[in-house]
Write a protein that binds this ligand. Structure first.
Ligand SMILES: C[S@@+](CC[C@H](N)C(=O)[O-])C[C@H]1O[C@@H](n2cnc3c(N)ncnc32)[C@H](O)[C@@H]1O
Length: 320
């Protein structure tokens, strides 16, 4: 890991969330503006040439299993209607690359004869294997750049919240090789601009969450720029003529305050922060929890709120 000189934890001035983020209409355009603003302002201060290895720790895998979400209903419908639209006739084999602890892999099980989740991290795959999964789902430890499948043998390749970690050039080559003619690919992620909603405190809660997230993002790997750019580069890199990018898929997730803190803990940026400065990292979390509770006017971190996340999805279909 290389630390850029003059680096980390520069104080950031607290940000005001534009109040027009909250009316019912116009949510999406406000979100887009906010993401662009963040991208322009943000400095990625920690770089790693071992980005694939940021998910190796067992504790991190356990956090991941506990606090990360499955692809939302809207995203799932988008994927399945895309397969119908592209007339993917055989639904034999789906491969979920960078499957982590399997949240994204399991949602494919009802549509395919066989689903294989693969991940470069042994710890993540071990967690995935230990959680309940349908009998047609299996998991293997393997890098995205060397897929263990024969040429033209896979109907669908997916990567949820994962493609930005891959060596994109090598992964795209593998994708082209393993997909059947007319096979499809789905590369999706959620990204900055999260909103936190609770009664009339939503604006304040969102501000608190984003301040913490900005701070922790100082420890993010440079590859998260692909996420901040909403996978535009990933769309460009996809070697198929037939491709598209869908933005603004919004997932409204019921979560407790403890769940919000757990979500932050499960990020690779927070895990890097924790390694470099454990005391500061823990105190940022404790402080964030305290501020959220105060803003909500409650004392229990089991109190439920709503966490709104934006997703982007790149879809593509291989030619004949
Ligand atoms: C943010 S997690 C996403 C997990 C899951 N798909 C989800 O939706 O929550 C990214 C995963 O990609 C894996 N990963 C990163 N680089 C990889 C690579 N080159 N090959 C395979 N997996 C990789 C990491 O180990 C990690 O488990």
């Amino acid at each position: 890991m290389v630390l850029v000189p003059g680096s980390f934890l520069e104080p950031q001035s607290p940000r005001k969330v534009p109040s027009n983020c909250f009316p019912r209409g116009g949510e999406k355009s406000c979100w887009r503006a906010e993401t662009r603003r963040r991208a322009a302002k943000r400095k990625v201060l920690v770089f790693s040439n071992m980005a694939s290895r940021l998910f190796e720790e067992r504790d991190h895998a356990a956090f991941y299993q506990k606090y990360r979400f499955s692809p939302c209903e809207e995203l799932q419908s988008l994927v399945f209607s895309y397969l119908e639209e592209k007339k993917v006739s055989s639904l034999q084999l789906a491969v979920d690359v960078g499957c982590g602890t399997g949240q994204s892999t399991k949602v494919l099980a009802s549509r395919f004869d066989k689903v294989v989740g693969l991940d470069v991290s042994e710890a993540q795959i071990e967690e995935a294997r230990q959680t309940h999964h349908p009998p047609n789902v299996s998991y293997i430890v393997c890098p995205a750049e060397e897929l263990p499948f024969e040429d033209a043998s896979v109907d669908l390749v997916t990567a949820f919240v994962a493609a930005h970690w891959f060596d994109i050039k090598r992964f795209m080559k593998e994708l082209e090789r393993v997909l059947k003619p007319h096979g499809c690919v789905v590369l999706s992620t959620y990204f900055p601009g999260t909103q936190v909603h609770y009664k009339d405190s939503s604006e304040k809660l969102t501000e608190i969450f984003r301040e913490t997230w900005d701070l922790i993002f100082n420890y993010a790997d440079e590859r998260v720029n692909l996420v901040v750019n909403e996978y535009k580069e990933i769309l460009e890199a996809l070697p198929f003529q037939d491709k598209q990018r869908v933005t603004d898929i919004i997932d409204k997730i019921p979560l407790t305050v403890a769940g919000v803190i757990g979500y932050i803990q499960s990020s690779s940026a927070y895990q890097t922060f924790l390694k470099l400065d454990p005391e500061a990292a823990k105190s940022v979390l404790a402080n964030t929890e305290q501020r959220l509770l105060e803003a909500m006017g409650v004392s229990s971190n089991d109190t439920q709120l709503e966490f709104w996340m934006r997703n982007v999805c790149v879809l593509g279909c291989k030619g004949s």
